[in-house]
Structures are given as C-alpha cells and as structure tokens.
Design a protein around this ligand. Structure first.
Ligand code: SF4
Ligand code: SF4
Length: 311
C-alpha cells in the first residue's frame, strides 16, 4: 500500500503511538556486539566493534533538541547489539518511544530497572548458537519480559543454511506463543564461499519460501527492484548513521545534517524519488509512494489498475 499524508507515520500507527510520534527514525545506535554469530554481516570475529564518532552526551542533547523541534519520535534502535547500551537508550526514551532490534542477551533486570514498558517494543532475533540450539530458554525470556508489560510482536529467525532443518520447528514454537515470525534471509555475508543473499542455491530459496509461508510477516526472500515514484523517507522518516549524521534512511546516507554535532533536523516538504536499485530498509516499505493510474486510452476489459514503474 502506498504512503499517504493521511497516514504520515505508519510505523507509529502499528506501534500505537501515532497520536504522539509524528516522525519515524531508524538509528544505527549500537557499535558493538559480543555474540559472535558466524554469519554476522561484518564477518566472523567474536566481538563486533566500529569506532563511534559521537558521545552519549552528544546523543542525549541531540534527541532533546529533536524533541523540542518536532516532539516525540518513534525510534528504531538498531546497529550491532542495542541491548549492550541500555543506559543511553533509557535517557533517549525519556523523550521518545522506541523499538529495539536485539539478540535478546541483555540482562532483563537492567531493562526493567531503566526503561518503562510503555516506552519500548522489543524485536528479538533468535540466534540459535547463543541458546545451545534450544528455543525454550529464549521463549521463557520472552514470557518474562511480557509479564512486565513489554510488547514482543515479532521474532526474527536468521536463514543460515546449516540451521534450515530446525527453522520450521523454531518458527512454530514462536507462533504458539502468539508472536509473529520474520524469517530473515541473510545479507552481506557468505556461506561455503557463496555470497548471500544472491547466491543462495535454488533448493535453499525453495526452503526459505516454505519457512516464510503461510505465516508471512515480511517476505524478504525475493528482494525485488524498486518500483516506486518516491519515498517519504526524508519527509516523514529519517535515519541516523553510524557517524552521527541525519539522512533520509540508513541506506541512502547522504547527510541532511550533522545530528550529533548539534545541528537541527529539517525534514523535506514532500517525498522524493529514491536513487537505490533495491530498498534494503526492510520495515520502510510503508513509506514508499506508488502511483496507481488507470490508463484511460488503454484500459483492458476489467478496468485493470496498473502500477507504474519508475527508474
Ligand atoms: S547478534 Fe547480530 S550483530 Fe551480533 S554477532 Fe550476531 S548477527 Fe552480528
Ligand atoms: S526507498 Fe528505501 S532506500 Fe530508498 S529512501 Fe526509501 S527507505 Fe531509503
């Protein structure tokens, strides 16, 4: 469905915060992870780390200023492992509302102490090696955080070929808890010398389609070329990159301002075309603007409505 001004922030609508949050921002928040997954998109060393070019104090100031300028935002905390930086997150959530993409290894006692349940939605990923390939303790932790009032709408499961034989069982166990699953093809990594996702074998692709259906949360097996007229990222949404700039999203990263350097965010007046061939911002399809026109001189018998592809 196309983005429209009437549904300015569809992600906040999904989160129940649309009456408070005008803007959605995806933030490459954490620069560190100690999980050591073999398929991590930045390689296989056990600690992931990239230098951060901003301090906690700069981030706290920048988000206070954003709140003064634009009100509360709906923020996706991403990057490596956001759960390793809960104290900074709690400061930012004093003013804003969040979602955290997490490997779920954080200490839940710290979460409960620092962050009110109505301020943060949890999106855990099940990385099997961290749980001894046993999904039960992972599900027990979900039950524990839900008992404290935190919402857990969806669990992601990575499509790592050696785990394929388990994925349907894990998926069904998550669904049995009333939580959606996002069966997630791997990007920017490799397996047996094959680059993923482009070099998954035909059999692996067929398997992945089986895992995703019929419980589709988000089907990213076939990442299709963009066919949109514009995107509302930059107008209704934005991204904070690892170096602290504000951009329209975390894929099209031309800086719109030096966010962590204290500059004010100014959103564009309207959606603009996107130069990317494919959109890898998995949850931002709701900001795509598609143009549906009836071809007056060329209507077929069913008054077929045709989607117009744009370069
Ligand atoms: S939890 Fe995520 S960021 Fe950390 S090593 Fe695994 S894939 Fe990489
Ligand atoms: S279409 Fe995707 S990549 Fe392009 S601006 Fe929008 S969110 Fe970013």
């Amino acid at each position: 469905m196309s983005w429209t001004p009437e549904h300015f922030n569809p992600i906040a609508e999904q989160c129940g915060t649309a009456d408070k949050c005008r803007y959605y921002i995806s933030w490459i928040f954490s620069n560190e992870c100690h999980a050591g997954c073999p398929y991590c998109m930045v390689g296989t060393s056990s600690t992931k780390y990239v230098p951060r070019k901003w301090s906690d104090q700069q981030a706290i100031f920048a988000w206070q200023q954003f709140h003064d300028d634009h009100g509360p935002a709906s923020i996706l905390f991403g990057g490596y492992e956001p759960g390793e930086r809960l104290p900074l997150m709690s400061h930012v959530l004093t003013y804003h509302y969040g979602m955290m993409v997490t490997n779920f290894t954080f200490d839940e006692k710290i979460l409960f102490r620092l962050i009110p349940a109505d301020r943060l939605i949890l999106h855990p990923s099940f990385h099997a090696r961290l749980w001894g390939h046993d999904i039960r303790p992972f599900l027990q932790k979900i039950a524990k955080v839900r008992a404290q009032g935190f919402s857990v709408p969806v669990v992601s499961i990575a499509c790592w070929p050696p785990d394929f034989k388990h994925i349907e069982g894990w998926r069904d166990a998550v669904l049995a808890e009333g939580v959606h699953t996002n069966i997630h093809p791997l990007y920017g990594t490799s397996y047996q010398g094959r680059k993923l996702p482009d070099e998954y074998t035909d059999q692996e692709r067929e398997d992945m389609h089986r895992f995703v259906n019929p419980f589709i949360y988000e089907d990213r097996v076939d990442c299709k070329p963009l066919e949109i007229t514009a995107c509302a990222a930059g107008h209704a949404a934005g991204g904070i990159t690892m170096d602290g700039h504000f951009a329209r999203c975390v894929q099209v990263t031309e800086p719109m301002c030096d966010f962590m350097g204290g500059e004010h965010v100014k959103f564009w007046d309207e959606p603009r075309p996107c130069p990317a061939a494919r959109c890898m911002c998995g949850n931002m399809g709701c900001f795509h603007v598609t143009q549906e026109v009836e071809q007056d001189g060329d209507r077929d018998a069913d008054h077929h409505v045709q989607r117009v592809p744009v370069d």
